[in-house]
Structures are given as structure tokens and as C-alpha cells.
Write a protein that binds this ligand. Structure first.
Ligand SMILES: [Zn+2]
Length: 289
């Protein structure tokens, strides 16, 4: 696992004048190739989004499944996802910073329906510049408080899928940095000459020198989040199945356009076409019926 915070942070600092760049938190980073591959392999073993939800070892995969198939979810589970975001961040270092107190109260207030989405949005806007500046500085030094503050800031995002996803990601990073801060001082590093200036940058070097420690800490945090998310929202896809007549060839199903061209295709009724797509053109089958 490789961290690119410093590079991203510099990019953030250089483009701070651009309104467009300021519209998004530039500290967000896409998952690494190995993480994406692991998710793809896992998804291939699942029968559908409900199965992903039940078995995923990390919350981000569950949230990805939920978000991709939001149109199958009977009711947007705002309360549950916001609660998940809040519970992921409430105890983290950095979330009680004076500049974030109002935001923190607002996120908690949203669980009690005391805060509107508009209020969350305007508080997020008001704290955006500080959040990016402090986050940029702090993440460079692997400070748990910086990751914690960013986790809280994201928990206030009005669009609750983003709130849950990014609050959890930065919360996991917070936990990884706590481990880094604990382990780095005792780490024997070839560049360590005992100078105080080197001691300050040692945690950052530790993340490069011991990626296995970071990966284990992140995995542990994300696994805990998966258990919490399943506990708060046991069955988001619970809706009546939709049976339909489709073209079928052994285990694969096909849409009405591709089906007639199959060599051994038959028309058959299957119990549930939600989450099923044509094996040839990937069109969701439910739209055909
Ligand atoms: Zn098709």
C-alpha cells in the first residue's frame, strides 16, 4: 500500500486559488489497484448486493454496493448511514477542535433531526478552507488528529452516502496513524541520527518503510466498521423480489435483445431480476420488463 498524501497535499496547496479545486476535498484519493482488484475478486464470489452486504470484510465495499444499487433500496437509510458516520468519528482525536465544535454539534443534531441538510452544507462550507489547510499539514505528518478532523468534516456531507464513505475512510486512517505514532519512535531507521528534526519526520518514513503495519491497521479499522454498519443497517436491500421472464443459457441470463441470438437459449422465469444484468450487454434486466 502506498500513500500519496504529500503529493496530493502539494497539489492542493498549489491550486488553492482555483474555485473548481476548492469544490472538492483534494485529500481524497482513489483506492489502490490492489484494493480495487481485491474488491472485484470478492464481488465475483457474491450472488448480488445483499450478499456483498452480508459478507464484505470492509465497510467501504458495503457502501459501494449500496451506492451502485441505490435505486433498489426501498428508502434511503439516511438516519442509519449518518449514525454510522457519527459513530465512526465521535471518539476520534481532532474532532473536538475549537473550529469544528459547531460542525460536530450539527452532525450529532442531524441524528436527532435537529439539523437540516442545508445547515450541514453551510457549516461544511464555512469550515472547508481550515479543514483542507489543517488536514494537508497534519496528514503529511501522520497526525491522528488531522485524520480525525477530516473524518468529522466529511460526516457532515449532506449526501449521506458520501458522508458515510469518507467519514469511515478518514476514521480508518486516524486509527492507522495512532499505530504509526506508537510504533515509529522504536523503529530502527537507517536515516535516524537522533536529531529532533528527523524524529519529527520519522512517522512519515515509517509508513513507507512498514506498509504492512499500515495495511494491517487499516484492515482492522475497516473490519470493525463493517460490523458496525451491518449492526446499524442489517438489510438495506429488503424489498420484494421481482420475478420475470428472461432469456437464459445455463446459468447466464440475457436481455430481450441479446437473448434471441443465443445458440442454446431458452425463455424462462427467474425468481428475482433485481441486481441481475444481461450477461452479454450488461443491461439491467428489470428495465426490460
Ligand atoms: Zn443484452
Amino acid at each position: 500500500m502506498k500513500f500519496v498524501w504529500t503529493k496530493k497535499a502539494n497539489a492542493c496547496a498549489e491550486t488553492r486559488d482555483s474555485d473548481e479545486e476548492d469544490a472538492a476535498c483534494t485529500l481524497m484519493h482513489p483506492p489502490s489497484t490492489s484494493e480495487t482488484d481485491a474488491f472485484t475478486r470478492f464481488r465475483a464470489t457474491c450472488s448480488g448486493p445483499p450478499d456483498v452486504w452480508d459478507r464484505a470484510p470492509v465497510a467501504s465495499w458495503m457502501l459501494d454496493a449500496l451506492r451502485r444499487t441505490w435505486h433498489w433500496v426501498p428508502i434511503v437509510p439516511e438516519r442509519e448511514l449518518r449514525t454510522f458516520a457519527w459513530r465512526s468519528v465521535e471518539a476520534l482525536e481532532g474532532t473536538d477542535a475549537p473550529g469544528l465544535r459547531e460542525l460536530r454539534r450539527a452532525v450529532y443534531g442531524r441524528l436527532r433531526r435537529r439539523t437540516s441538510l442545508q445547515e450541514l452544507q453551510s457549516l461544511q462550507e464555512a469550515t472547508r478552507a481550515d479543514a483542507i489547510r489543517n488536514g494537508t499539514e497534519g496528514l503529511r505528518r501522520c497526525e491522528p488528529a488531522a485524520a480525525g478532523a477530516l473524518a468529522l468534516w466529511h460526516a457532515a456531507t449532506p449526501f449521506v452516502y458520501d458522508a458515510a464513505f469518507w467519514a469511515a475512510e478518514f476514521a480508518a486512517l486516524h486509527d492507522a496513524y495512532v499505530v504509526v505514532r506508537g510504533r515509529a519512535p522504536g523503529w530502527e531507521w537507517v536515516g535516524d541520527l537522533g536529531h529532533s528534526v528527523l524524529t519529527r519526520v520519522k512517522p512519515a518514513f515509517f509508513t513507507t518503510g512498514r506498509p504492512d503495519v499500515i495495511a494491517a491497521a487499516l484492515a482492522e479499522a475497516r473490519n470493525r466498521q463493517a460490523l458496525l454498519l451491518r449492526d446499524l443497517l442489517p438489510a438495506p436491500f429488503a424489498a420484494p423480489p421481482v420475478p420475470a421472464r428472461v432469456w437464459r443459457n445455463h446459468q447466464s441470463v440475457f436481455c430481450g435483445r441479446c437473448g434471441p441470438w443465443l445458440k442454446d437459449g431458452v425463455i424462462d422465469v427467474i425468481d428475482d431480476v433485481r441486481f441481475r444484468a444481461c450477461a452479454r450487454c450488461d443491461t439491467p434486466l428489470i428495465e426490460r420488463h
